[in-house]
Ligand binder design. Structure first.
Ligand code: BG6
Ligand code: MG
Length: 214
């Protein structure tokens, strides 16, 4: 029986995944590296530094650890700039209602985002108090697809991994949820997320009645 729902943030609660893409593309292009939406799929869900390394791999760019750090910081400045101009209404339709209904059914609500900016985004959307537990990129050592982030979220929620249902838009995130022994709803194209137990186009399409499917 599902006792907790754990949400990824970027691309599941709000389209900040697009702001990550814009900022990484800007950085890649500055480095003379071509960067497409397809390339971006590899960056979804993984940490900032791992994303930086993937861009370097794509363009066969060699950088010192210091340069790498500086460029990743630069990308983050652009990302934060986009996010700070975001309106609370940009939260995906139906997400607030879904969280409310899940809570009414006694389901615990967790957040497991690789982003170190997760709390800022939640504050901008005015939903920081809607979660029973929040785990972000500042609290884990291993990036998705490692299960660490989801296992920590389950621990904080006081539930067993098999009692958790994860909502994820990233392939790395779906893999992490499965590796944690959790059930997973993929948000996005089924071609990309076929390892998930169920795939929906949008988070708001999930209905509480669907909990019995898991
Ligand atoms: C994830 C995003 O949620 O957070 C990734 O899917 C992003 O695209 C990662 O790179 C780290 O985010 P941040 O804000 O710490 O750079
Ligand atoms: Mg995501």
């Amino acid at each position: 029986m599902i006792k907790a729902c754990i949400f990824d943030l970027d691309g599941v609660i709000v389209d900040t995944a697009h702001y990550h893409f814009l900022a990484w593309k800007r950085l890649a292009n500055e480095l003379g590296v071509e960067f497409t939406k397809d390339d971006n799929e590899r960056l979804k869900g993984v940490s900032r530094m791992r994303s930086m390394e993937i861009i370097m791999e794509l363009g066969d760019v060699k950088l010192s650890p210091h340069e790498k750090e500086q460029l990743a910081n630069k990308k983050n400045t652009w990302f934060v700039d986009y996010v700070e101009r975001m309106a609370p209404e940009e939260i995906f339709p139906g997400v607030k209602g879904l969280i409310r209904e899940l809570k009414n059914r006694g389901i615990k609500i967790g957040l497991a985002s690789s982003s170190k900016n997760a709390k800022t985004v939640l504050q901008i959307l005015h939903i920081q108090n809607d979660f029973d537990a929040i785990v972000d990129g500042t609290m884990v050592t291993h990036s998705k697809p490692d299960p660490e982030i989801f296992l920590l979220a389950a621990k904080k929620l006081g539930v067993e991994p098999f009692e958790c249902l994860v909502f994820e838009d990233a392939e790395a995130g779906v893999e992490a949820a499965i590796a944690a022994g959790m059930k997973c709803v993929g948000i996005g194209p089924v071609t990309q997320l076929n390892k998930a137990d169920k795939v929906l186009d949008k988070t708001g399409e999930f209905e509480v009645e669907m909990l019995t499917e898991f």
